[in-house]
Write a protein that binds this ligand. Sequence first.
Ligand code: GLC
Length: 492
Amino acid sequence: MENFKILYLASEVAPFAKAGGLADVTSALPKALKGLNQEIRLMMPKYKFINDRKYILREVIRLREIKVTIGGVTKIANVKSAFLPESKVQIYFIEIEDLFNRLGIYNDPKTKEPYPDNAIRFAYFSKAALETLKILSWQPNIIHCNDWQSAFVPVYLKTVYMNDPFFKGVKSVFTIHNLTSTGSFPKETAKEIDFDESQTKEGGMFNKDGELNLTKGAIYFSDFLTTVSENYANEIIANDETGFGFGTILDEKGEKFEGILNGVDYGIWSPEKDKLLPHQYSTEDMNGKLENKKTLLNRLGLKFDEKTPLLSMIANIEYQKGFDLVLEAMEELLKEQLQICILGDGDREITKELYKFTKSHPGQFSMNITFDDKMSHLVEAGSDLFLMPSRYEPCGLHQIYSLRYGTIPIVSKIGGLYDTVDEIDLESGEGTGFLIEELNAKSLVKTVKKSIELFKDTEKWDKIRQHIMLEDFSWEYSAKRYLDIYNRVINE
Ligand code: GLC
């Protein structure tokens, strides 16, 4: 296998900064690529809450006070270096005081609204990353970018840096993690961030209505494009609603667009060695799972009852994740012998409405309106069922974590969910989860009821749990597919 130099860029990387599944992927895939003997380095912004001491960030003298100029405005970047925990993967943190020394990643925690200067923030991040490479004299073969926050890089490489000898032959790969957020900004923003309209013209980075769209720019300018499951790759070309109108331009990429399923870092997500759990367990000894359930219910203020399954959700509370359907279904769901727990934050209105059910059904429903990594492991381990009725789901990770934790997933029949969960056959006991036939509250309730019926058949339930825990979605296979793409792009 060849050895490449790969720079991997992301706006969030676990455990340093996490707003969603993206952060799990951006920490796991680089480790898997390192495991395949690749020379990979990461770069991400240094947010205020990333603790230098906790993660042993070191100053790099050469990388102090790097000047980064965009739209005639120069800002100073200081770059620190560390390693991804329990790995030899080097990660650089780009510190630009007035842009990243803030408490939120994308949104102001006070207002929950996106920071108004997000386009500028991530433009500087991207350009600082490229400038850092020059100072390091480290010339990667590939720069792998993720979502709109690093979409600037494929664009800059083919515009601003087009004639820079340092970047000659450097190729870009761009991964779409989610088309619900693509970095749309008013047309005027383009000038502020050095995107010269005359260079990019039509089909470039502007939507039909003239709005600047960074993902569109990256689709257009990157040397290769991927997304995080095969089914989602097909959906966003075929279905205009799911594809948010990107279908045609994606289709035009032809063989330069592929879906590669995300994997799981089983070093972090395995019940037999999960340090965040009060009780570890495995297929050989499932007692710990029951103990975790008791601990979890206790924390949630719910009572343990052998005959009552616990159904959980961990997600950003928003339309994309199907929370509007959950809200509509709540009344019916709570008529069942069932306890429900939700962990997550997001849309104010939906959250407020859902929260009302904690008052009307205190012994049955609990909601934790925060995201807490440790708690999310306990919820995976302590639950019987895991619900993901997403409207769009490029890959989804919690349904895959659920499998490993013996928590039966109930998912909608879309995106990566469809690629990772097989319908349980109640007769034979084959399959790994339940699929919600149609995206509506009625279908959701029907599917949950089916799962409750199965819970009553203890013997069958235990058997299914045993085999879903053996499903394997480790990164190795997918990491090899990325390598294959790098190889093709470099040698084209
Ligand atoms: C986004 C997607 C999710 C995917 C994750 C990692 O959060 O919504 O489906 O699993 O990115 O790729």
